[in-house]
Design a protein around this ligand. Sequence first.
Ligand code: C5P
Length: 220
Amino acid sequence: AQPVIVAIDGPSGTGKSSTSKAVAGRLGLSYLDTGAQYRAITWWMVNNGIDIEDPSAIAAVTDKPEIVSGTDPAHPTITVDGVDVAGPIRTQEVTSKVSAVSAVPEVRARITELQRSLAAAADQGIVVEGRDIGTTVLPDADLKIFLTASPEARAARRSGELKGADVNSTREALIKRDAADSSRKTSPLAKADDAVEVDTTALTLTQVIECVVTLVEEKR
Ligand code: C5P
């Protein structure tokens, strides 16, 4: 069979990661979390004292960190210069700064190149999740999904993941990040014209996974 390329985009808290990982696992495909890559480069910037308010300072060092993503959906990994950063990239500090770093065109160009080469290397195919995969990174993907959910549902899911985080402040932070991601100039968060939109507000994770698996199987 030809490798199948699946792009899954949408704002945070829509179940993109859980869905993408499960679908890839079920269908024997590779898996790439592109948000983790943007978080990893942001983590490096913070760690190296780069002023994240200054896009030219970020652009000047964009090529320095070596970012490596493991694409096995059962064990997704992410390292920066050989250091496992899976934990540190999920801190509130990185989360609050990632939108600014990922809006810098040089950062997007570099990470996009990494994403395309990983997709090209996936023999069986790959599920790639992010914000601009269907629109910019892999415009020829075999299937494009755009996941949505109400802000309330998204905030409730995220604060559940963050164990005990306040729902209201989680909701505010999430709305702020989505607004930044949607309004940036270079490849904003957007639904591709040919993407299938799935509203997950009233669906369980299992239902979303079933729905996407069925859509992929139709394309195979
Ligand atoms: O998906 P996750 O919440 O981990 O993504 C973190 C951030 O990375 C997003 O808020 C966005 O700023 C950036 N991102 C992006 N393009 C992608 C994936 C993530 O700009 N394809």
